[in-house]
Design a protein around this ligand. Structure first.
Ligand code: NAD
Length: 500
């Protein structure tokens, strides 16, 4: 069985830990690899490598830094397929879905290659007589990224392209469930010309994360994962003096107004609810039809489509939905369906007994698409993030009731409304207290040159990911004021300088 290790200082690194975790193929249910779980001494090695690479990398002209990223981008275009296969093998998502993930990550690299433009800074001449002032953005030093299983390529690439382009060095701690893609990214960065030590991968669990959170040489932590861990990362990281952005979980609602195109809404819900088996932080997990008539019409349209979902391994190109990440997660998702049933929801389509009959995949972590109607705010399946292919229908009588429902939820990552009414759509986008909003767009994931992030318990920290928010997160401002001898006073100045 192959053993996945770390990548430090430009080379694979075995480390000194004897702890390891199993890496499954979710489609077969079998253990295919094992991944070493770093000790804190291994983390120290990675931090030391990143720290010693930083002075030279941070002073490398931005143009040269982004040329390396440009070559990395071309490698990604050429070999994205190889990366997508690794994602599918460990995560389970379909090949096309994995390719889409690679492209969305690659777009952040494209954005990051403009670093010389957005690092330009500001200059003011004659802020006082003979005095000039300029502001520049400088890198922070060693930055770390801690990422979730559901996007093993895209989420790390929300972080490191911008961190590197702006002159930081980086340590990635990917999810231990699908760690292989990170190592390939590290090799390709090296092949593109990245100096050793600038990008490092440390595999591990809480031990590695805690070592990063407490290490005095780690200046910033970028995290994406579940809300309890995001909260912990933010609290511990900031208590240790680090800059932290920590994105958490989600429960995304989609309002369907009576004037919406019902075919379009149903098809949007299929992709947004069941794509990637619902393991997306921007998945729509709650449909909120306004009026019972809309709910009935929508369910009528959804039922045959959910029943017809092609559920299978990524190796079958006709699969539309793959397995869940682990057997443990599968039973958790089934538990939410059972709790919904017990608390009074109507099970319209039940995915719990789905059987995968493709030869060799009978033990995969598959579940069928599930639809629950008459869900209410007090049910566990509504309050908590399920992270599976389970679509809840919460019926509401009016637009305002639907808004109140969304505002009552602790998560506020993404949301959408389907309507033909421009006034309603405009009010929705202005008033809704959610970070990412779609108007007739079910998964409103901002492009790389905008920024990604939710509100409320979906984020801890001030900066969203990528776009200019990413640049702000990975840089700090320095303002220099200069005066040259011809403008200098010779007498001492004891009052607060006003320069005028
Ligand atoms: P997770 O929180 O279990 O793990 C995320 C990372 O934290 C992993 O690298 C993991 O090793 C580490 N970790 C786990 N437990 C830890 C602990 N006790 N102490 C320290 N570190 C720990 O999340 P996951 O299951 O990998 O991913 C799914 C979650 O991520 C969902 O909640 C999903 O909504 C969320 N997510 C959010 C976004 C977003 O942008 N808001 C994007 C993708 C995923």
């Amino acid at each position: 069985m192959s053993k996945i290790t770390h990548f430090i200082n430009g080379a694979p690194f075995a480390g000194d830990s004897d702890r390891a975790a199993e890496v499954f193929n979710p489609a077969t249910g079998s253990v295919e690899k094992s991944v070493v779980l770093a000790s804190s001494a291994d983390v120290d090695t990675a931090v030391a490598a990143a720290k010693s690479a930083w002075p030279k990398w941070s002073k490398t002209p931005a143009l040269r830094r982004v040329r390396i990223l440009d070559r990395f981008k071309n490698i990604l275009w050429d070999r994205g397929d190889q990366l997508a296969k690794i994602i599918s093998a460990e995560h389970g998502k379909t090949h096309d879905d994995a390719l889409g993930e690679v492209t969305r990550g690659l777009e952040v690299v494209e954005f990051a290659t403009s670093a010389p433009s957005f690092l330009k800074g500001e200059f003011s001449e004659n802020v006082g007589t003979g005095v000039d002032s300029y502001m520049i953005r400088q890198s922070l030093g060693v930055c770390a990224g801690i990422t979730p299983f559901n996007f093993p390529v895209m989420v790390p690439m929300w972080m490191f392209p911008i961190a590197l382009a702006t002159g930081n060095t980086f340590i990635l701690k990917p999810s231990e469930r699908d760690p292989s893609a990170s190592l390939l990214l590290a090799q390709w960065l090296k092949e593109a010309g990245l100096p050793d030590g600038v990008f490092n991968v440390i595999n591990g669990d809480k031990v590695a994360v805690d070592a990063l959170l407490h290490h005095p040489d780690v200046k910033a932590i970028s995290f994406v994962g579940s809300t309890p861990i995001a909260q912990y990362i933010h609290k511990t990281g900031t208590a240790n003096g680090k800059r932290v952005q920590a994105l958490g979980g989600a429960k995304n609602h989609m309002i369907i107004m009576p004037d919406a195109d019902m075919d379009m809404a149903a098809s949007a819900l299929m992709g947004a609810g069941f794509g990637s088996a619902g393991e997306r932080c921007m998945a729509i997990s709650v449909a909120v039809p306004v009026t019972d008539a809309v709910a009935d019409a929508l369910i009528e349209k959804l039922m045959p489509q959910i029943k017809a979902l092609k559920i299978g391994p990524a190796s079958d190109p006709s699969s539309q939905m793959g397995p869940l990440i682990t057997a443990q997660h599968l039973s958790k998702v089934k538990g939410y369906i059972t709790s919904g049933e017990e608390q009074g929801a109507k099970i319209v389509i039940d995915g719990r007994n789905f059987k995968q009959d493709k030869l060799g995949y009978e033990n995969g972590h598959f579940i069928g698409g599930t639809l629950l109607d008459n869900v209410t705010q007090d049910m566990t399946c509504y309050k908590e993030e399920i992270f599976g292919p389970v679509l809840l229908v919460v019926r509401k009588g009016s637009y305002q009731d639907a808004i109140d429902l969304i505002h009552g939820h602790e998560y506020a990552n993404g949301t959408a409304i389907f309507t033909r009414d421009g006034d309603v759509a405009r009010n929705f986008s202005q008033d809704i207290e959610v970070g990412m909003v779609g108007i007739n767009v079910p998964i409103p994931v901002p492009m790389a040159f905008h920024s990604f992030g939710g509100w409320k318990s979906s984020i801890f920290g001030d900066h969203h990911m990528h776009g200019m928010e990413g640049v702000r997160f990975f840089t700090r401002i320095k303002t220099t004021t200069t005066r040259w001898p011809s403008g200098m006073r010779t007498d001492p100045e004891f009052t607060m300088p006003t320069l005028g």
